[in-house]
Design a binder for this molecule. Structure first.
Ligand SMILES: O=C(O)CCC(=O)C(=O)O
Length: 216
């Protein structure tokens, strides 16, 4: 698909992760901020099933934030952001079980698999949210793959005294990318999920963090 013949709002949304090669990726809605790209059915049902079996074996731990424990459970590979000490620490290498999905997620963002140095997997049991935040500035592109259950993905940006807002229902087996304006100027959050959900998120490094040794 190309942008020819598409309305202007479509093309604005398509500024998304917009690297060459991404033009077959339709925006989820013209109302989503520039830099947001989304593709449903990124994983096949078979791939999702295989990953879910593996995810069920991982030693997730409650998310720690400066002395507080979140309801969400997490595990990091490659690098981990330590919110207590406010810096990156190395983690176990990115496992072989993620190789194929890492490569395809990288291609979705116009990157190489080795560029995606950090992987954070989130497990949300029913009732677990993720609060409003922007990902750490050490990272550049953020990619998220949803598994098992849908959720609402909310976006907001302060405009004077108010917030501009947008939202999308993330479907299981979909991928989203946050780059550009939606990555740097907007916050995102997920309200308490209704059903057990996982997200596999990948990030590359920005600026000076790029020099960190490669995740295996
Ligand atoms: O679960 C998701 O898709 C969102 C994850 C997220 O915002 C994060 O890990 O910082």
């Amino acid at each position: 698909m190309t942008g020819i013949g598409k309305p202007a709002h479509y093309m604005r949304a398509m500024t998304a992760a917009l690297q060459p090669g991404l033009f077959e990726t339709a925006p989820a809605s013209p109302d989503l901020p520039p830099g947001f790209a989304y593709r449903p059915d990124f994983l096949s049902p078979g791939e999702e099933g295989g990953l879910l079996g593996w995810l069920g074996t991982l030693p997730f731990e409650p998310f720690q934030f400066r002395g507080f424990e979140g309801k969400r459970r997490v595990i990091s590979f490659g690098w981990k952001y330590d919110f207590t000490r406010s810096h990156l620490v190395s983690a176990d290498g990115i496992p072989a079980e993620l190789s194929a999905v890492r490569e395809r997620a990288a291609a979705f963002a116009g990157l190489g698999a080795e560029d995606l140095q950090q992987c954070l997997i989130n497990e949300y049991l029913p009732g677990a949210p993720i609060g409003w935040h922007r990902d750490r500035p050490a990272f550049e592109t953020v990619l998220g793959i949803s598994l098992k259950a849908p959720c609402s993905f909310r976006l907001r940006r302060r405009v004077d005294e108010r917030f501009a807002r947008a939202a999308i229902e993330l479907q299981p087996r979909s991928i989203y990318a946050l780059t550009g304006e939606v990555r740097t100027a907007w916050e995102h959050s997920i309200p308490p999920v209704k059903a057990h959900r996982y997200s596999i998120t990948f990030r590359n490094f920005r600026g000076e963090t790029r020099g960190l040794p490669a995740a295996r």
